[in-house]
Design a protein around this ligand. Structure first.
Ligand code: NAD
Ligand code: DAU
Length: 365
């Protein structure tokens, strides 16, 4: 079997569902179920013996030792993390704990586990670390996209904690020979994404007739990848990635935030016209608000290495992926509504109440 950490979160649950749709190899899913972990994401696996769920913390070495000894996985796919940049600005402590200490704890538990395996089992083992393009910092408008050799320059507490975890993974390979491989991926979107991130937040707010908050001038650029494509890339890296290597994973879809929000509004006008605001189209809800401190201006991934070495390319275009995503959220309003209570409302208040409305020049919605 494989051990997946963070498999109740957005990408992790998509990965587990895709994995078990494509293979009968069981998954041991270790997740702490923070605010971002949602057992409902995995409800279609209820009663499926191929999925073993354990609620637990990746910082808990005793638990890790016990799970590794009991289940003897042949690979670990490490998603578990605190993942939201805005939350890292409000409270960086959890990010250091889970992303840095937690990864350290997994590496050490894996090292101890491998010491007890035969050479053949050791050679077959893989530690697949799921990381982000944010570790490379921010690009200027005319800079070349991030490659695997771009120097690390993380700017937020989140990206600094992910960069630290990447360095630990690299060092455990170099020093102890741990069989690691890392994926640095761009912005994901798709089904099951927690509605704190831009795309699901805009869809949820639009359907509720609430303002659509665009930070600063809305001209920050992200390189969007449909989550199913990220999962297929990770499966390929697990299968054939070279040990100790890193692979940049991206969708070749650079878009300014305001254009993403416009696309969502236009899709909603088409797919849910009956819920558009009384005065007209969804675009009228767009509201420019105070920018994120330290906001990175542009990310872009050069994904030629994974294509050249592993033959992976995204299957979805931005247009097909966004249409599927909007339709999924329209079809799963109960999933969204269940999340939008308690802790979620506290977070929304904390992140948005202090932001004043702003009117950047040339930013007509
Ligand atoms: P998410 O926040 O949706 O899910 C994180 C999951 O990890 C949750 O289920 C949570 O309960 C679990 N978790 C958190 N702390 C834990 C701990 N201490 N022990 C065990 N479980 C814990 O995150 P996501 O968007 O699915 O991202 C998954 C991974 O992919 C992260 O490592 C993130 O850095 C990386 N990544 C995300 C994106 C993106 O666009 N979302 C892009 C590139 C890379
Ligand atoms: O690049 C990969 C990263 O993408 C991942 O490592 C992170 O885990 C993931 O959260 C994501 O980080 P971003 O900060 O880019 O994603 P987010 O959805 O929070 O924001 C996307 C862009 O939209 C960013 O420029 C900030 C902006 N934004 C976001 C929110 C939540 C807004 O303008 N308004 C908002 O309300």
């Amino acid at each position: 079997m494989i051990l997946v950490t963070g498999g109740a979160g957005f990408i992790g649950s998509n990965f587990v569902l895709d994995w078990l749709a494509a293979s009968d190899e069981p998954v041991l899913n270790l997740d702490k179920l923070t605010y971002a972990g949602n057992p409902d994401n995995l409800s279609s696996l209820a009663g499926d013996a191929r999925h073993v769920f354990v609620r637990g913390d990746i910082c808990d070495r005793a638990l890790l030792n016990q799970l590794l000894a009991q289940y003897q996985p042949r690979a670990m796919v490490h998603f578990a993390a605190e993942s939201h940049v805005d939350r890292s600005i409000h409270g960086p402590g959890d990010f250091i704990r889970t992303n840095v200490d937690g990864t350290f704890s997994l590496l050490e538990a894996t090292r101890a586990y491998l010491a007890g395996l035969s050479d053949a089992q050791k050679n077959n083992f893989r530690f697949l670390h799921v990381s982000t393009d944010e570790v490379f910092g921010s690009l200027g408008a005319n800079d070349a996209a991030f490659s695997e050799t771009t120097a690390y320059a993380p700017n937020s507490p989140y990206s600094a904690s992910k960069a630290a975890s990447d360095h630990l993974v690299r060092a455990w390979h170099h020093t102890y020979g741990l069989p690691v491989v890392t994926g640095n991926c761009s912005n994901n979107y798709g089904p099951l994404q927690f509605p704190e991130k831009l795309i699901p937040l805009i869809i949820a707010n639009a359907l509720a007739g609430k303002p659509l908050p665009v930070y600063g001038d809305g001209q920050q650029v992200r390189d969007w990848l449909y989550v199913g494509d990220h999962c297929s890339a990770l499966r390929r890296v697990l299968e054939a990635g070279r040990l100790g290597e890193t692979y940049n994973i991206g969708g070749w879809n650079e878009k300014a935030n305001l254009d993403v929000v416009h696309t969502l509004c236009d899709l909603l006008n088409e797919l849910a016209p009956e819920r558009a605001p009384a005065q007209g189209a969804y675009r009228e809800l767009i509201t420019f608000v105070t920018d994120r401190p330290g906001h990175d201006r542009r990310y872009a991934i050069d994904a030629r290495k994974i294509e050249r070495e592993l033959g992976w390319k995204p299957a979805e275009t931005f247009e097909t992926g966004m249409r599927k995503t909007v339709q999924w959220f329209l079809d799963h309003q109960d999933w969204v509504q269940k999340i939008q209570s308690g802790d979620y409302l506290t977070w929304i208040d904390r992140n948005y109440a202090q932001r004043s409305e702003s009117h950047p020049s040339g930013s007509a919605a």
